[in-house]
Design a protein around this ligand. Sequence first.
Ligand SMILES: Cc1cc2nc3c(=O)[nH]c(=O)nc-3n(C[C@H](O)[C@H](O)[C@H](O)COP(=O)(O)OP(=O)(O)OC[C@H]3O[C@@H](n4cnc5c(N)ncnc54)[C@H](O)[C@@H]3O)c2cc1C
Length: 469
Amino acid sequence: MRCDVAIIGAGMSGLAAGLRLAQFGRSVVILERHGMWGGLNSFYKKDGYRFDVGLHAVTNALSPGYRGPRIPLQRIYRQLRLDPDLFALDPQGFSMTVFDDATLRFSNGLELLTQEIAERFPGEVDGFRLLGERCAAYPDSMVERPFVSTRAILADFIRDPLLVDMILCPLLYYGSAHENDVDFDQFKILFNSIYREGFCRPKEGVRRILDVLVSRFRESGGRLLRSTAVEAIEVRDRRVAALRLEAGGVVSADVVLSSAGLLETMALRTDADRVPPGPEVPGELSFVETIWVLDRPAKELGWEPSVAFFNRGSGFSWRRPEVFVDDTSGVICCPGNYRHDVAPEPVVLRATHLANHRAWFSFDPPAYDEAKREALKISESAVEAITGPFTSHALYRDMFTPKTVTKFTGHRNGAVYGTPDKRRTGRTDLDNLFLCGTDQGFVGIVGAMLSGIAIANAYVLSAKGGEGA
Ligand SMILES: Cc1cc2nc3c(=O)[nH]c(=O)nc-3n(C[C@H](O)[C@H](O)[C@H](O)COP(=O)(O)OP(=O)(O)OC[C@H]3O[C@@H](n4cnc5c(N)ncnc54)[C@H](O)[C@@H]3O)c2cc1C
């Protein structure tokens, strides 16, 4: 099979890149290992219930009547020629960060968070306002630069270590591949995405966004091949000559975009043993996620936040835990607590905790099942300590682990945000192979879509005289 552009992976970045290119008349093939598209943000059916794999929140909410510099969601709508109503996004009510000694609520826009900081940390609110100003502009996403420690920079704005950790906790959970810190440019992106613009959610969950991307891609002439794993990237004369498929057959393309991850993509190369190893290492940060189906809306049990980030004990630790599941911190998400006019079905509560991928990958099948049961109990008691009792209303439980993340993404170590060493330009040492998605540096649903668009613009459309970003 021949095409202009072949894309490895039908996650958010691969789909957005594919749609952008197909709309410009390129012949595009997306090759997806799984039977379903969406990557880490897919959906599945189990025992009669329909679940999203990972959806807590779509970041970068666009407030009605927003006037100002173009923000990420507007860029996506414009670049993919989508009517904003198609994703059917509703805003959050409010979210919060709960530590032993303080709670801070936040919602879309910085007002509520600023007010809460003024009440709980009065001496810090001016510093927080200045931090907001310092973060106001988005950095250029495609420029390589050395890591700059956010913790070092925050010390110039915020003195109280509790507030530093409380500001960081949601942002690290939703987008840092670095242990215990985050690059300052990435921090600015996350600050704007989560605090300034805020959270929203598609009425029908992530399948709504995926349906739009996939149907538009096909209508634009793109081909999406499911259950089609790329087994090898054949390299000749510093170029990808062809992609060899696991099921047999080859695809050749002028340009190849890969959303499979930096190290994972390099390992597929037929010359992998001759490529000198780079400094990049696999990420260490992975999650377990617990899902409860409840017999009634969480609000009826007295739980109102859309998303809650919690931490117990002193200091917030964002690193691979020693134990298989770390119940000292987590994220609790309640899809029914968004401002939807019709409550999502089933009623679900989800919780995410850091997990030790080494432990999970070392378990044999019986030990793995036992560990899941144990992790579920640990998660339940940690979450109930924050939300109050709810498990007597649980009709069904499901859980996924670092092994599941690897299954859905191919990422080593189940590393949700990939390697800490991002390739912001998307370039590799091969002339026609580029990275998009997680390891290009933009994470999350919105970040991954923007990454796909930016890489398509930079290396296919601009290169051939099409419309740039
Ligand atoms: C528990 C959890 C909750 C999350 N919640 C949110 C949230 O609420 N909001 C948010 O914005 N983000 C969330 N995320 C993060 C978000 O899901 C990811 O950042 C984003 O989906 C990454 O998209 P991507 O296209 O870069 O990569 P991926 O989704 O990893 O897609 C890569 C695709 O490539 C395919 N692939 C890999 N190798 C091959 C191969 N050899 N051949 C063919 N195909 C291949 C994979 O099967 C996969 O489909 C969450 C993640 C997790 C784990």
